[in-house]
Structures are given as structure tokens and as C-alpha cells.
Design a protein around this ligand. Structure first.
Ligand code: ADP
Length: 852
């Protein structure tokens, strides 16, 4: 039965209430609280029962047919909720707002928050990753994009030109799982985000207008940014419903401040996950992450995804690493101190939002207690940023919060003795009465002579005296006991005195729970007023943690401080690929990468498996490490600051868009060619391989010439088109290098050593002969190679002259002439006719030349 088919006049009041609420949350699964369960109805029930493997039942609600229903116990809802969110659903949590015991008629219910992938604020999040929700506001001449991580409060925004490609690049680069868009946006973008990138997209036009979060954009003048942020806020306020005052002021994204690369490059270089398994292990992030705190881990990831271009800041970071490496003891102390620090950013967000419990407060206290020590170490290291220590707050938490607090806020046990006099008094009363009951047990044992008599408690009957069946006969009427419950082998009794004490205990208990809750709320409110300061401390801690991680990794792996230069030169001595050297069992062969002012392109030749692509990646990774402020894997390194990196490495077909390898290759090449500057780094691995030999080779050559003459960026270009190596004769800024292999005891061994010049041409045949193919066959191959080589030298000059000179009208003219020639029979043509034809041909050629 569907919701749309329901006769509203017949349904029960509860179902009417449900339908009214559900109407406001059409695209959301509603968890509807009924007593101890969250129930789902109609389509929601069908979806949830399928996704969560729950039994689908039905509920009578006044209609002939039962309404589909399924439910989950409220105390165990979290796992189910997480599963639905993970699968991309939104869930609205609808609670009972009045106590059923005290309410006449219908209990009031309403949604207290909507949980979505992009707005989670609990500990189910990956602690080492941010969780941004984004929005796109299409102004029709430009796009506004903003991002907010609700779990930490970080907020960013940018205005982009009205180009879909730019927009997608921005959205994808932040790994957004959820995006809000306004209605003007092109539906193709929405479809692409939903279907190809599994982003949860919500279309809505609302703009947040109240004053509460004006501060987020108070420093921004651009009205487009204000609108964009307000658009995202309207969604957040409506879904989260609680207090979001932990959100931090919006920072404008400035692309010039960062070394840019697109997601293909991020994937190709395996910066945060590996290509094959999409696993963090063996990525650059994995290698560099020795952070102790969640904040440090997240900052490191952000840096790897967004390296810097500010020489001053990078040198500052190198300086700090150097300092840490010389101050061995302080470094170790700092490491230990950071161990004590929990996720301050997310703790403070939860405190501010109002969903933190006493255990969060204990984590906060323990983290804050580490601050004085950290502060002192930072001072001794002459660190240029300060942290404050929040001693008052530590004091309060130390005095107030019970060290063994439970998760729940509704069962007491939150507040320490000595914090609040009235609470202590109530606890004393409770304790005395409990002691009295213990005493009573002993007294009754003596009075009755029943040794195994015991006093117990349950929620239904309260305190009782339990006597086993065999001893019942010992009970005398004069005791005044009243039988209350019969069990299989025992009877339970109550007495007036027991009930009197029970009233006192339960009364005190109730008051204690209530009072503790109130006191806790007060403490949380005080902690909330510190959130801004805690966020400031967190930022410094995150940076210190990241730099400490750099220092540790650099020390462990012998990395050195790079020198950043304004000259257009790369001088890396004995460079290594940091991940390959770590993971490979074989000894890593270090290689120089030298590109002086006059060398912009290294053309790398060599057989498969020689190490060409590793060499190229090595440079990119070294550049990225240098531009996040880390030391680099080599003996010495002088490099300029790069503005962008473009790569075409490996055979990563774009499975998502279903395009062919070659098309992807050409698109990536195009991105580089259109966007690279003199200060960019381009890595092209075997470009052109995806098409026929001459086709691919011509393209490769044309691209090389274009980069050489027009773009002038530092470029590594590997190829197996040996013919391309002769380009070094005509392109002065291109240099040949090669990786070769040697024969050792009849086996091919790759030395992985990069050398100047081009690789030996007959290398393939050499390998074939080592593989002991018949001698006759090898000789024939050498013969054929000779012929090709002879042809190719001609071909090359031909391509060089014709590829660029032959114009379209000319080609058409030639085609026409050829056609005509073929149709002529010389034996039937008179000399005069022949002369005319010759004249006509010449004319046509002449004309085509002037046309072009
Ligand atoms: P190519 O691109 O020339 O086909 P790769 O760069 O993929 O070759 O390298 C092939 C293999 O050689 C890889 O397994 C890699 O780990 C190893 N390798 C590459 N360069 C080195 C090096 N300098 N030292 C040690 N091993 C290397």
C-alpha cells in the first residue's frame, strides 16, 4: 500500500501525525519514534527493510489494509542509521517531544535532526579525514561554491567562471559526498555528480536570512560569496536544527596559493590512495603520516592534496623540521605529549552543537591537561606560534566530571562528589538508605532464622525479600510481610518498612539523575564558551603534529632540506621515489634529475620495466613533498616553485565516462597544453601509445614541439618511439636520457640507472636473442630493422616538412589531380590534349596554394 492511496479520513491519529511530518521530508527516510522503537512506514519501510535486512510487517491504522512497517530498537539504532547514510540515504530522526506518561492524548513528535552523509557530527566519521558538504550556486554568469565541514567547523568559498569543467574540477577535488545546488544549474551536472561520482545532490533555492551566522562572511565583500554561503547554511540549519556556532569564518579559496593538479594526477601519483586497490597503504599519505592527533592527520591530507606556493611559508616549515631534528629530546617529549591530545576540533564541535556526553568532557579535559607541557616545549623550540592553556576549564572539568561517567546522560554517575552540595546530600541519603536495607537483610535473617533470605530489587516491584520455596513455612504472620510475586522456586515479599526506605531511595535517585543532568548541561554551556579558543589551539597543534611527522619521516628515511630557487632549474642529486624505495625489497637505484635553464624537456627512452615512469613520478613526488614543507628523498635538491602539475601516466582508463584510453590520453594532454605555464611540471608517459604507430608518433612529436616552443614548462616525456630521439637535433631545449639494461649470465637485468643520450636501437632484438629465439629469425629481424631505419629517416624529414606545411586546399587539389590522372588513358590522348591537361593541373595547384 502506498502513501498516496491512503484515505486521510479513516486513518488513526498517530498515522495522521506521521503523514503530516513525512510530507515535509519527502526525499528522506523518517525514523518515527514509537515507545522503544523507531518505526518506518510505507515506502520508507520497504526501502529500509531491503537495505537493512529487517522484517517487513504491517500496522493497523484504521484502514482495511495494513500499512507496511518495519522498526529498529531505539537503543541500537546507530548501526542501522550509519548503514543507511553510507548507502547514500538521508534519515530524519523524529522524536517524542513530550513524556508519554504525562501526556493526555497524542504524544507530540517532531524531527529533531536530519542525518546526511555530508553533515555527520559524531564519531562514526573517519578521524583522519575531513567531511565537507558543498554547494553550487549557479548565478548563470558564474558559479559560487562553498564548503563546510560541520564536524570541525572549517568553511571555504570561491567564485568560478561559468565553465562546467572548472566547476567539476573544484567539486571533485574536495572529495565531496554531498552537494546542494540551486535550481538554475544544468541537469547534466547533477546527473554526472549523482551517477558517475555518487554524490548525494539536493536541489533547493532557499537562502538563510537570519542573523545567527552572519559572522561567517562578515569579512567578505563579494555578495556572491555571501549568497553562496547562505544557500548552504539554509540547508545545514534545516537539517542539523541544533546550534552551529562552532562554524568558523569562511576562508576564500585562492588557487594561486596552491600547487594545482586535477584528480587524475592525484590518482596517478597515488597521493592519498593507491591506483589499484584504492588503499591508503603505500600512498604518499601513508608514508608521511606519523601524526599523533586526528587534527594533524587531517591537516596533512589537506596539504598533500593542496600543496603550497609560498616560498616563505615553506622555508618556515623546513626550518621547524631542522630544529626538531637537532632537538632530539624535545622532539620525543613533544611526541609523547601529543599522544594525550584527542580530536579537539570534533570534540568542540559536538560540545557546541549539544550532542557531547560526559566521556567527551573527559577527553576534552585530558587533552587540555597536555597543553601546558606542549606550550613549554614549543617555547623551548622557539616555535613562532603560541598556544594558550585553558586552566580554568581544566579545573572545572577536573572538579565536576566523574572519571567513570557512562555514555548516557540520563542515568546519573556524571558528577563527582564535592562539586555540588545538594547533590552530595541526595547521594548521602541514598547511600544511608541502601545501607539500611543491607542491615535489614541481616536482621531479618537473624529474626527468621532463614539463612538464604535475601533482599533484592527490580523495576516492577521495587525492593523485596526473597525466600526460597523450602523456607516459606518459616515465615510468620507477625512479621507483617505481604506476598508480591511467586517464582518457580522462591517467593518475594514486601514490608512497610522496606517500602518506606524504597520511596526515599527512589526519590533521591530520581532527583540525583535530574540534578546531575542539569549540572552537566551547565558545565557543557561553560565549555561551549571556550570553543573558539579551543579551535585556535587545535590549529596550532595540527600544524605542530604535521611538522613533527615530517621530521620523523625525514629522519627515518634520510630526506634532506630542499633549496627553493627563483631560477628555472631542477637539480636533484641521487633522487629516490620515497614509496618505491620503502616498499620494494630490492635496493633502490638513486638517480639524478638535472634540468638546467636551457633544458625544458627530458625525452626518456628505454625498454618496458626499466624504470621510466618511476623516474617521472619520483620528480613529481619530490616536488609535492617540497611544496608541503617536507624534506625530500635525495642527496641534494634545488627546485623552483611549481604552479601546476599535469600528468599522463599509466593506463588508467576512465572507466566512469566509458571513454577509450586514447581519448582520455588526448584529453589529459589537452588539459596540460591548454593550462600549463612556464612554471608548470608536465609528465607524459608513453603519450600516443594508444593509436597506430605513425599516428601516435606524429602526435607525440607535435606535442613535444608545441611544449618546447610555446609552453616551455619543465617536461618529462617517456617514449618507445625511438625516432623521436632525433628531435634533440632540432629542439635545443630537449635532451635525451635513457634507462637501459644489461645482460648478466644470459639474463636481462634492469639497472634502473638513468643515463644521458638515447637508448640502443636494437635493444628489443637483443632481448629476443637472449630469450633464444631461432638465430635465423633474429637475423631477419635485424635486416627488417635496417630497412625501417632507412625509411624512417626519410619519413621523419617528410613528416617534419609535410605535417605542418600541407594545407587543406592543397590536399584537396592533389586528390582531384590524382583522380583525374587515374581516369586518363594515355593511348587515347592526343599531344594537344595532354598539354592542356598538364596546364590545367599546374593551374589548379597554383590556385590551391594561394587559397591556403
Ligand atoms: P617503465 O615505466 O620503464 O615500464 P617502471 O617505472 O614501471 O618501468 O618500473 C618497473 C619496475 O622497476 C617497478 O617495479 C619499479 O618498482 C622498479 N624500479 C623502477 N625504478 C627503480 C629504481 N630506480 N630502483 C629500483 N627499482 C626501480
Amino acid at each position: 500500500m502506498k502513501r498516496s492511496e491512503v484515505d486521510r479520513n479513516k486513518i488513526s491519529p498517530m498515522m495522521a501525525q506521521y503523514l503530516e511530518i513525512k510530507e515535509k521530508y519527502e526525499d528522506t527516510i523518517v525514523f518515527f519514534r514509537l515507545g522503544d522503537f523507531y518505526e518506518m512506514f510505507f515506502e520508507d519501510a520497504i526501502t529500509a527493510s531491503r537495505e537493512l535486512e529487517l522484517t517487513l510487517t504491517g500496522k493497523n491504522c484504521g484502514l482495511e489494509e495494513r500499512v507496511p512497517m518495519c522498526g529498529i530498537p531505539y537503543h541500537a539504532y546507530k548501526n542501522y542509521l550509519d548503514k543507511l547514510i553510507e548507502k547514500g540515504y538521508k534519515v530524519a530522526i523524529c522524536e517524542q517531544l513530550t513524556d508519554p506518561k504525562e501526556t493526555k492524548g497524542m504524544v507530540e513528535r517532531d524531527v529533531i535532526q536530519v542525518v546526511t552523509r555530508g553533515t555527520i557530527l559524531d564519531d562514526s566519521l573517519n578521524s583522519k579525514d575531513y567531511n565537507y558538504i558543498g554547494n553550487i550556486y549557479d548565478f548563470e554568469y558564474c558559479y559560487g561554491v562553498s564548503l563546510i565541514d560541520v564536524s570541525t567547523g572549517y568553511s571555504y568559498a570561491v567564485v568560478l567562471d561559468h565553465q562546467q569543467e572548472l566547476l567539476l574540477k573544484e567539486i571533485l577535488s574536495h572529495n565531496l559526498k554531498e552537494v546542494i545546488v540551486n535550481d538554475k544549474i544544468d541537469r547534466n551536472i547533477i546527473n554526472l555528480l549523482r551517477e558517475s561520482y555518487h554524490v548525494l545532490v539536493t536541489i533547493r533555492d532557499d537562502i538563510y536570512e537570519a542573523d545567527d551566522y552572519q559572522y561567517l562572511t562578515e569579512d567578505v565583500k563579494d555578495i556572491r560569496i555571501k549568497t553562496t554561503v547562505a544557500h548552504l547554511l539554509s540547508y545545514l540549519v534545516e537539517t542539523k536544527k541544533g546550534n552551529l556556532s562552532h562554524l568558523q569564518k569562511v576562508e576564500l579559496i585562492d588557487h594561486h596559493k596552491h600547487l594545482l593538479f586535477d584528480i587524475h594526477t592525484k590518482k596517478n601519483l597515488e597521493l592519498v590512495e593507491t591506483l589499484r586497490n584504492r588503499d591508503r597503504t603505500y600512498s604518499l599519505l601513508w608514508l608521511l603520516d606519523k601524526t599523533k592527533t586526528a587534527m594533524g592527520g587531517r591537516l596533512l591530507k589537506t596539504n598533500i592534496e593542496n600543496p603550497l606556493t609560498d616560498t616563505h611559508e615553506l622555508n618556515r616549515r623546513y626550518g621547524m623540521i631542522e630544529k626538531l631534528l637537532t632537538e632530539f629530546i624535545l622532539k620525543e617529549e613533544l611526541r609523547e605529549a601529543l599522544d594525550e591530545v584527542y580530536d579537539l576540533e570534533r570534540l568542540s564541535s559536538r560540545i557546541s552543537y549539544g550532542n557531547s556526553n560526559a566521556r567527551d568532557m573527559l577527553q576534552l579535559k585530558n587533552s587540555l591537561k597536555a597543553l601546558p607541557n606542549i606550550k613549554q616545549i614549543l617555547e623551548e623550540l622557539h616555535y613562532d606560534k603560541q598556544i594558550e592553556t585553558l586552566d580554568d576549564l581544566v579545573d572545572l572539568l577536573e572538579k565536576a566530571i566523574h572519571p567513570d561517567s557512562p555514555v548516557s546522560l540520563h542515568e546519573g554517575g556524571l558528577i563527582k562528589a564535592g562539586y555540588h552540595a545538594e547533590l552530595d546530600e541526595l547521594k548521602e541519603i541514598r547511600k544511608n538508605s541502601k545501607d539500611f536495607i543491607l542491615k535489614l537483610e541481616n536482621e531479618e535473617k537473624e529474626r527468621t532464622g532463614i539463612k538464604n533470605l535475601k533482599v533484592g530489587f527490580n523495576k516492577v516491584f521495587g525492593y523485596y525479600i526473597e525466600v526460597s520455596k523450602g523456607n516459606i513455612k518459616e515465615i510468620k504472620e507477625e512479621y507483617g510481610w505481604v506476598r508480591k510475586q511467586t517464582l518457580a522456586n522462591a517467593e518475594r515479599y514486601i514490608t512497610p518498612l522496606l517500602k518506606e526506605k524504597e520511596d526515599i531511595i527512589l526519590g533521591a535517585e530520581e532527583k540525583i539523575i535530574h540534578l546531575e543532568y542539569q549540572l552537566f548541561m551547565g558545565i557543557r554551556e561553560i565549555a561551549k564558551s571556550y570553543v573558539g579558543r579551543i579551535q585556535a589551539i587545535s590549529k596550532v597543534i595540527a600544524e605542530v603534529d604535521m611538522l613533527l611527522s615530517f621530521a620523523l619521516v625525514s629522519e627515518e628515511n634520510n630526506y634532506i632540506r630542499p633549496i627553493l630557487t627563483d631560477d628555472h632549474i631542477i637539480q636533484i642529486k641521487e633522487g629516490r621515489h620515497p614509496v618505491v624505495e620503502k616498499v620494494n625489497k630490492k635496493e633502490y637505484v638513486a638517480n639524478d634529475i638535472i634540468m638546467g635553464k636551457d633544458t625544458n624537456i627530458l625525452l626518456i627512452t628505454g625498454p618496458n620495466m626499466a624504470g621510466k615512469s618511476t623516474y617521472m613520478r619520483q620528480l613529481a613526488i619530490t616536488v609535492i613533498m617540497a611544496q608541503i614543507g617536507c624534506f625530500v628523498p635525495c642527496k641534494s635538491c634545488t627546485i623552483p616553485i611549481f604552479d601546476q602539475i599535469f600528468t599522463r601516466i599509466g593506463a588508467s582508463d576512465d572507466l566512469v565516462s566509458g571513454e577509450s584510453t586514447f581519448m582520455v590520453e588526448m584529453k589529459e594532454a589537452n588539459t596540460a597544453i591548454q593550462n600549463a605555464s612556464e612554471n608548470s611540471l608536465i609528465l607524459f608517459d608513453e603519450l600516443g601509445r594508444g593509436t597506430a604507430t605513425y599516428d601516435g608518433m606524429s602526435l607525440a612529436q607535435a606535442i613535444l614541439e608545441y611544449i618546447h616552443d610555446k609552453i616551455k614548462s619543465k617536461t618529462l616525456f617517456s617514449t618507445h618511439y625511438h625516432e623521436l630521439t632525433s628531435l634533440a637535433n632540432t629542439l635545443p631545449h630537449l635532451k635525451n636520457v635513457h634507462v637501459s639494461a644489461i645482460e648478466e649470465e644470459g639474463k636481462i637485468t634492469f639497472l634502473h640507472k638513468i643515463k644521458n643520450g638515447a637508448v640502443d636501437k636494437s635493444y628489443g632484438i637483443h632481448v629476443a636473442s637472449l630469450a633464444q629465439l631461432p638465430k635465423e629469425l633474429i637475423d631477419r629481424a635485424s635486416e627488417i630493422l635496417n630497412v625501417y631505419e632507412h625509411k624512417n629517416t626519410k619519413k621523419q624529414t617528410f613528416t617534419q616538412t609535410t605535417l605542418f606545411l600541407d594545407t587543406e586546399p592543397e590536399t584537396e587539389a592533389k586528390d582531384r589531380i590524382r583522380e583525374k590522372l587515374e581516369s586518363i588513358n594515355p593511348l587515347e590522348t592526343t599531344p594537344m590534349e595532354a598539354l592542356n591537361i598538364l596546364y590545367e593541373f599546374k593551374n589548379e595547384l597554383q590556385q590551391s596554394k594561394t587559397k591556403s
